[in-house]
Design a protein. Structure first.
Length: 278
């Protein structure tokens, strides 16, 4: 099994938000990120589906060993320390593996219900595991984490539409394309229906962010500076895509380092203010 190494890359949307954590939790979050990255990398690499399925199954076996504190795999030994120290639950991590395994076959969701279920796996799973590392296990924080994860994933799906289509992954529901009179494989720059389609997807994503925020009080959210900073980075990306929907058709779009830093700084300021206000 290939092993991820090194710390989180600066180009990641999570790099600067994780710097807000104390060292012990930051190391744990980086380990969780690497587990997600490894699963995603297996799914995305150029290899026969049967081979990738075998590798994901092997990763699942190692994860099971880690929960019994019996893994001998060089990297998983590090992650099993995180599992032990933070008493991580098995189900959120298994969600991640189920989600990336779904990507081994061509994806062509017909309804939003299918996309939502997928987002709860690949983004809700990491969100729930993150909450446990942050120290929260109650239902309100679970609702916050799952809905925030869905928001992040829907923004990702919007940003990566062109790239995903090249991988035979159509996450946007076919029912939505019909609604806006679009054919996925034939959407070109300048198509007058595209901006409305993109904004419809982003408005739906925003609804999940609103659900996430309403699950906790402003003071409770202030205690989640890292999660709120990640949300702030994605809100900036959301705004960029909303304003310039045609750039999505030009390929993957990302924020500059300055955009990410400003988003994190603004979020940190709001979190600090939220801790002192009644």
């Amino acid at each position: 099994m290939n092993h991820p190494n090194g710390s989180l890359e600066r180009k990641s949307s999570f790099y600067f938000p994780l710097l807000l954590l104390p060292p012990r939790k930051r190391v744990a979050m980086e380990a969780l990120y690497r587990f997600c990255w490894l699963a995603d990398d297996i799914s995305d690499r150029e290899a026969p589906s049967a081979q990738k399925r075998t590798q994901l199954r092997a990763l699942g076996f190692e994860l099971n060993k880690a929960f019994r504190q019996k893994s001998k795999d060089e990297w998983m030994v590090q992650f099993q320390d995180v599992i032990r120290d933070f008493d991580l639950s098995r189900e959120p991590l298994e969600r991640i593996l189920k989600g990336v395994t779904r990507d081994l076959k061509p994806v062509r969701f017909k309804t939003f219900r299918e996309l939502h279920a997928y987002a709860l796996q690949v983004a809700g799973g990491p969100g729930l595991a993150s909450m446990e590392i942050f120290g929260f296990r109650d239902e309100a924080h679970r609702v916050y984490a799952e809905n925030l994860g869905v928001f992040l994933q829907l923004v990702n799906v919007t940003r990566d539409f062109k790239e995903d289509l090249g991988l035979r992954r159509l996450y946007f529901p076919l029912e939505d394309f019909r609604k806006f009179h679009l054919v996925p494989e034939h959407v070109e720059g300048g198509n007058s229906h595209w901006p409305s389609f993109v904004r419809f997807q982003l408005d739906r994503a925003w609804g999940f962010l609103a659900k996430s925020r309403s699950a906790l009080s402003s003071r409770q959210r202030a205690e989640l500076a890292t999660a709120e900073a990640i949300a702030a980075v994605y809100v900036k990306l959301y705004q960029r895509l909303y304003e310039y929907p045609y750039t999505i058709l030009e390929g993957k779009r990302s924020l500059s380092r300055a955009d990410k830093l400003l988003s994190v700084a603004g979020s940190l300021g709001r979190s600090l203010l939220g801790r002192v206000l009644p």
